[in-house]
Design a protein around this ligand. Structure first.
Ligand code: NAD
Length: 372
C-alpha cells in the first residue's frame, strides 16, 4: 500500500501519526510511506529521520494514497484522494463528516472505536493518549498552583504537601494520580465504578467515599450515564473534598454523551483562592459547571482550565505511542500481499465506521437521522 502521513492542521496539534521507527516497520513489510515535509518536526522527528526510515518526504500536493493516517479529527477534503483513512474521526461528534466518507467510498477507521479487548490493547489509542493527558494535567496544575506540591522542611518553615483530588479514575485519572504522587502531593481519587477503588489505593491514594455502582460499567469497560439521584448524591459526597483540595483534576466521561457534572459553581465558590481545577472532559461539556473548552477562567481566584491540547504537550512520546497503535492495527488488518482486509466478522474491524461505502455504526446512523 501507499500510506500517507497527514500533516495535522488543528490549532495546537503538535503530534504526528507515524514516527520514523514505525515507518521503517511498514517499509520493511513492503509498503511505501509518504510524509509531508516537516510534518513531524515539532514532535522531534526530522525529515532526514523519515528518509532514513525509508519514507519519501514530499512538499506540495501529496500523491493519491491507498491509506492516509492522521491524529485527527480530519475531514474528507483534507485527506482526499485516498481509499482509506485511519485517525481519531470523532464519529459520534461529527457524524456528517462520517457520512461524507461513506458517500466518497472511503473506508474510515476511527481509532475511538477500537474495542477494549485484550487482543486490541496494543491498538488502543484512546488509552495511550489518555496516559499522556493525565500526566500533563498534573504538570499544568503544578505550574498554575501558587504553592509547592511536596512537603518541604526548610529553614524558612515547614511547608505541608498540596492536596490533589482526581475525579474519574480511568486511564487518564490513574496516570494523574500516579504523577501527583510522584511529585509528593497527598492524593485522593474517586470513580463511579467500584473496581476503581483498588486501583486508586494501589497507587497510594485514598478513595473518596461517594456512590459507586456496579451497573455504572458497561460491557466495554466504559461508564454509563448516572441517574439524577446518583448525581445528586455524588455532588453531596464530593462537595467537602473539592473545597479542601488545592488541585482538582477531573476526567469523567461517558462515550457519546455530555460529560457528567461533578463540580457545581457553588462548589467552586467554596474553594480557596489560588486553587486549580483542570477539566479533562472540557471537549465533551466539562465535569465542572464553569469550564470553558480551550480556556482558563478565573473565578474569584480559583483557576479553571479546560485544556484541549494536553496530549500534544508531550508530542514526542504521544506520537510514538499513537504511531505504535496505528501500525499494530494496520499489521493486523493487512493480508500477506499488504492489502487492507476488512472482515465484518472480526471484532477489531468494528473500528471501521465506514466499510465499503456503508456506515456500520448504529449510533452514528442514529445521530445522522436525528440531524436530518
Ligand atoms: P473514560 O475516559 O471513558 O472515563 C474516565 C473515567 O470516568 C472512567 O473511569 C469512568 O468510570 C469515570 N466516570 C464516568 N462517569 C462518571 C461519574 N458520573 N462519576 C465518576 N466517575 C465517572 O475512561 P477510560 O480511561 O477509557 O477507562 C474506563 C475503563 O475501561 C477503565 O476500567 C479502564 O481500565 C478500562 N479500559 C480497558 C481497556 C482494555 O481492556 N483493553 C483499555 C482501556 C481502558
Amino acid at each position: 500500500m501507499l500510506i500517507r502521513v497527514h500533516r495535522e492542521t488543528r490549532p495546537g496539534e503538535r503530534r504526528v501519526a507515524l514516527v520514523p521507527r514505525s515507518v521503517k516497520r511498514l517499509v520493511d513489510a513492503g509498503h511505501q510511506v509518504v510524509v509531508p515535509s516537516e510534518a513531524g518536526l515539532v514532535a522531534g522527528f526530522t525529515d532526514d529521520a523519515y528518509r532514513e526510515a525509508g519514507a519519501e518526504v514530499v512538499t506540495g500536493q501529496p500523491p493519491r494514497a491507498d491509506l492516509v493516517t492522521a491524529i485527527g479529527p480530519v475531514t474528507h477534503d483534507e485527506v482526499a484522494p485516498t481509499a482509506a483513512v485511519v485517525a481519531f474521526l470523532d464519529p459520534l461528534g461529527s457524524p456528517s463528516e462520517i457520512a461524507r466518507f461513506a458517500e466518497q467510498g472511503v473506508n474510515a477507521l476511527a481509532m475511538e472505536l477500537i474495542p477494549r479487548t485484550t487482543l486490541a490493547q496494543s491498538m488502543d489509542a484512546l488509552s495511550s493518549q489518555a496516559t499522556v493527558a493525565g500526566y500533563e494535567a498534573v504538570l499544568l496544575a503544578a505550574e498554575m498552583l501558587p504553592r509547592f506540591l511536596p512537603m518541604m522542611m526548610t529553614a524558612a518553615g515547614t511547608i505541608p504537601p498540596a492536596k490533589v483530588l482526581v475525579l474519574g479514575a480511568g486511564v487518564a485519572g490513574l496516570q494523574a494520580i500516579a504523577t501527583a504522587r510522584r511529585l509528593g502531593a497527598v492524593v485522593a481519587g474517586y470513580d463511579i465504578r467500584p473496581a476503581a477503588r483498588e486501583q486508586v489505593e494501589s497507587l497510594g491514594a485514598t478513595f473518596v467515599g461517594g456512590p459507586v455502582e456496579e451497573a455504572a460499567a458497561d460491557t466495554g469497560g466504559y461508564a454509563a450515564e448516572v441517574t439524577e439521584d446518583t448525581r445528586d448524591r455524588q455532588l453531596a459526597a464530593l462537595s467537602d473534598h473539592v473545597g479542601a483540595a488545592d488541585i482538582v483534576i477531573t476526567t469523567a466521561q461517558v462515550p457519546g454523551r455530555r460529560a457528567p457534572l461533578l463540580i457545581t459553581a457553588d462548589m467552586v465558590e467554596a474553594m480557596r483562592p489560588g486553587s486549580v481545577v483542570i477539566d479533562l472532559a472540557a471537549s465533551s461539556g466539562g465535569n465542572c459547571e464553569l469550564t470553558q473548552a480551550g480556556e482558563t477562567v478565573d473565578v474569584d481566584g480559583v483557576q479553571i482550565a479546560g485544556p484541549l491540547d494536553l496530549a500534544s504537550r508531550t508530542a514526542g512520546h504521544a506520537s510514538e505511542m499513537y504511531s505504535r497503535n496505528v501500525i499494530e492495527l494496520l499489521e493486523y488488518l493487512t493480508d500477506d500481499e499488504g492489502n487492507l482486509v476488512l472482515d465484518p466478522d472480526d471484532e477489531i474491524v468494528a473500528c471501521a465506521v465506514v466499510r465499503d461505502g456503508e456506515i456500520t455504526d448504529e449510533r452514528v446512523r442514529r445521530a445522522l437521522e436525528e440531524t436530518s
